[in-house]
Design a protein around this ligand. Structure first.
Ligand SMILES: Cc1cc2nc3c(=O)[nH]c(=O)nc-3n(C[C@H](O)[C@H](O)[C@H](O)COP(=O)(O)OP(=O)(O)OC[C@H]3O[C@@H](n4cnc5c(N)ncnc54)[C@H](O)[C@@H]3O)c2cc1C
Length: 806
């Protein structure tokens, strides 16, 4: 074994081998894979080998498409068969909601270029005659679905990597990982010690243990999973061609042909987390004991869906463990808080996702960033707040919901509440309906007295519609109050603070007492942050951005800190909290509780001031995402209740009413304000989103992403985000709906909803620049129906910003 390598990939499952292959493909040849036992010694050898493109996240779906298309290339390079069976797959719908879900998925596939189609019961029976279509409304057919040989595929990756220069060390457990002061890792293995410039944790079932060796907790947990292989079945082997896969969500099962029989796998409700206290090191190529009683009920259901299955004998039962992250997506990328330690774990569908995970991670390591946005699988989408029990609870929930419909307004119950602010019990007493983001509870809306505080998950307008309308009305006509705890907040200080911020942010920095908005860009000019910057003192700034992006942003800050101690960053997200008040009476209310001059001259738009508010010493910023006259009032967390009481008592006379995130997102729509991870995300460049108006292209500082941003501006974007008024029926857009013009899909929706004050269903989305003009008529596909929509260029509310700046 070598004593020094550029990269040590730990784990020879399908994921580790894919990472190894992609590193060599991108030109890093000095790479070594270290495997405890033989290749495929973790989850990989158990797998049923199915692959598919369906994923709620479009980038994940695209990476799954990449994985599936890769197998041919892999076979050619390696000369090793992957045992591919491209048989296509059907996902059945037995309820109108499931059908809506499939329609929505189909719509997304249109602009992604995936050739899926919706089929009716007759077509289903033709494609899969063993399926009893009783009660089936329709199905989504995906010709890319299929299955392969898990072992052959893993060896094909490994052989292709070897042919391109990689080395593989088998039967050699990694025992210790020790970080060195120069950023490299000392990797202690059974066969000796080596130095690796980078370490990749592709430990699959043992990824938690490999994380612990480096001192980090990776939020994933293994679950037991069973599938059955049947004896030969005449209805199967007498056909001339192979049967397609059938996913039957109502029965929580997937089914495919295996030789002359069938394989059926079940995601049962009575599921079991495996190895709660850690994966035993001596676990290997053995199966877990059958748990047939756990799947008896879904099996019974499957016998009615596939009558020939009920007559078949069972040849083999496979019960094996594999890992999930709390939201079911992989954990990929640089692990926050560590140098040169990369995660490639939590991959629950290695044969659909392994190629995309390998490609993205290799691009990240070799080129500095992945070519497409991988936030949905970025390990930094979780933070220090994640506990082991939260992970376990969410993983169980995710397993149980493997075949559930996902609704755009759904808030899942497991692992809650975890983080709350002091005012949480007061909201609860007022009948609040909560959402959770990055572990923290936030108010979505306050349900009317006497009504259950629960928003019914739906693709259509929900039971919250009227209440949210009233909350919006209170803001536009009087004054509303809403918590501002769910911003990520950072204090940046020190003699180097200004120069550092000027380099890391693409926009202009404010002068003292002022606020500016600025994007943060990657070297390729992609939008990786959307910040509000306040200068509190010459060398002291407050930054606010998305609460959910804290680990993501902090990782970027740390990677780019000067290293000479001249800049200090403090994350104060949960320590500095408070409220925003917004609406025409917001100033009157604030004036009632402070002695400071808050007249327009005393506190103009985009200014900030320290002042007394009630009993508290607060920082007040004149800015609000509602697009109205408004203020953000920050205090230490322990004074949040004092501030709340001050504002609510004084607010009574002005008609103060709480509003939640649902109202906030409605209000911002009528100002056409973009939002993080919808309009502003690492997939997009500044000029195409409109955030370029906050980029200071001509500032002296050579900010990160400047060259790319200038290039984009010089070329001019090919598409831009526009606003549309949609003639919607009872459903508004949720994101990623196709935009049609002249009978073709020309763009897609980034976000939208109902703008209550303007009584307009609004969509924001990309359109080619040549089509952009006021009043342009397009169609937007909502739940399978193309609805007329009209482009508008001036915000629906307060187009001249008189209210906001008043
Ligand atoms: C019953 C069952 C059915 C499934 N069906 C499908 C399916 O149809 N389609 C699909 O896509 N997926 C399926 N999966 C999931 C799939 O198996 C996993 O997504 C995939 O195998 C994960 O691969 P991995 O490389 O991340 O992890 P693993 O396969 O667990 O590999 C990790 C490797 O790391 C090695 N390792 C760990 N620690 C060390 C160490 N300290 N030193 C050296 N080496 C180490 C291990 O020995 C192991 O070989 C199924 C899983 C199960 C259990």
């Amino acid at each position: 074994m070598k004593s020094h390598v550029r990269v040590a990939v730990i784990g020879g499952g399908v994921v580790g081998c894919s990472v190894l292959y992609h590193l060599t493909k991108l030109g890093w040849k000095d790479v070594l894979l270290i495997e405890r036992s033989e290749l495929t010694s973790g989850s990989t050898w158990h797998a049923a080998g199915g692959f598919h493109t369906l994923n709620a996240d479009t980038n994940m779906a695209a990476l799954q498409g990449y994985t599936i298309r890769l197998y041919k290339e892999l076979e050619e390079i390696s000369g090793q068969s992957c045992g591919l069976h491209h048989v296509g797959g059907l996902t059945l719908a037995t309820t109108p909601d499931r059908m809506d879900f499939l329609k929505q998925e189909r719509a997304k596939h249109r602009y992604m270029g995936l050739e899926t189609e919706l089929v009716g019961p007759e077509e289903i029976a033709k494609l899969s005659p063993i399926t009893n279509t009783e009660g089936v409304i329709g199905a989504l057919y995906d010709p890319l679905d299929g299955h392969l040989d898990p072992s052959g595929t893993t060896h094909a990756y490994a052989r292709a990597a070897r042919l391109q220069g990689a080395e593989i060390s088998l039967r050699n457990p990694v025992l210790e990982l020790n970080p060195q002061s120069d950023g490299t890792w000392q990797v202690v293995t059974q066969e000796g010690t080596l130095t690796a410039e980078h370490v990749v944790n592709a430990g699959g079932l043992w990824a938690r243990e490999l994380g612990a060796m480096a001192g980090v907790f990776l939020p994933l947990h293994p679950m037991e999973h069973q599938y059955l292989v049947t004896e030969d079945i005449p209805e199967v082997y007498e056909r001339g061609s192979e049967l397609p896969h059938v996913m039957d969500p109502a029965g929580e099962s997937y089914l495919r042909q295996e030789g002359r029989g069938l394989v059926i796998g079940i995601y049962e409700q009575a599921c079991d987390p495996w190895a709660v206290d850690g994966t035993p090191w001596d676990f290997g190529h053995e199966l877990l004991p059958d748990q047939l009683d756990r799947i008896a009920e879904p099996l019974e259901y499957a016998f009615s869906r596939y009558p020939c299955l009920g007559r078949a004998g069972i040849k083999r039962v496979i019960n094996g463990p594999f890992t999930f992250a709390p939201d079911g997506n992989p954990l990929v990328g640089p692990v926050p808080g560590l140098k040169n330690y990369w995660s490639a774990c939590g991959v629950m569908a290695g044969f659909s996702q392994g190629g995309g995970v390998g490609l993205s991670l290799a691009e990240w390591m070799v080129e500095g960033e992945p070519s497409r946005d991988v936030y949905a699988m970025d390990v930094a989408r979780f933070g220090d707040w994640v506990t082991r029990a939260y992970t376990r609870n969410k993983v169980v929930e995710n397993y149980q919901r493997r075949f559930s419909v996902s609704y755009p307004n759904e808030e899942l119950p497991a692992g809650r509440p975890l983080d709350t602010t002091p005012v949480y019990p007061l909201w609860k007493a007022r009948n609040a309906v909560f959402g959770q983001g990055f572990g923290l509870e936030h108010v979505n809306y306050i349900a009317p007295e006497g009504k259950e505080p629960y928003e019914v998950p739906s693709f259509r307008r929900s039971n919250a519609f009227e209440t949210v309308a009233e909350e919006c009305r209170a803001v536009r006509e009087a004054v509303g109050i809403n918590e501002i705890h769910n911003f990520g907040k950072y204090l940046v200080s020190g003699p180097g603070a200004e120069a550092w911020l000027d380099r890391i942010m693409a926009g202009r920095l404010p002068r003292q007492g002022r606020i500016t908005l600025t994007p943060m860009l990657s070297p390729k000019g992609k939008i990786i942050g959307d910040f509000t910057v306040t200068r509190l003192a010459p060398e002291r700034f407050q930054l606010t951005a998305s609460f959910g992006a804290q680990a993501y942003h902090q990782r970027w800050f740390e990677m780019n800190l000067p290293g000479d101690g001249s800049v200090e960053i403090e994350n104060v997200s949960l320590r500095r909290i408070g409220f925003q008040i917004a609406g025409p009476k917001a100033r009157d209310l604030l004036a009632r509780v402070t002695r400071a001059d808050i007249s327009h001259a005393g506190l103009p738009f985009m200014a900030a001031k320290e002042m007394e508010v009630g009993l508290c010493d607060a920082l007040v910023q004149r800015v609000t995402y509602t697009g109205d006259l408004g203020y953000e009032i920050y205090v230490p967390a322990e004074q949040q209740i004092a501030l709340f009481e001050t504002l609510t008592e004084a607010g009574e006379e002005f008609g103060l009413r709480p509003f939640g995130m649902r109202a906030m997102m409605s209000l911002r729509l009528e100002k056409s304000f973009g939002s993080w991870m919808a309009e502003f995300k690492p997939d997009y460049l500044p000029a195409e989103t409109g955030i370029d108006r906050f980029v200071s292209y001509d500032k002296a500082a050579d900010f990160i992403g400047k060259a790319a941003a200038l290039e984009e501006r010089a070329k001019g974007p090919a598409r831009r985000i526009c606003s549309f008024a949609v003639e919607a029926l009872d459903a508004d857009v949720a994101g990623y709906e196709p935009i049609w013009h002249g009978g073709e899909v020309v763009g897609f929706v980034t976000s939208g909803g109902y703008a209550h004050h303007s009584k307009t269903s609004v969509a924001l989305g990309f359109l080619p620049v040549e089509l952009i003009e006021e009043g342009r008529e397009v169609e937007i596909e909502i739940l399978g129906e193309r609805r007329p929509a009209r482009l508008f260029t001036k915000p629906l509310f307060d187009p001249d910003n008189q209210r906001m700046r008043s």
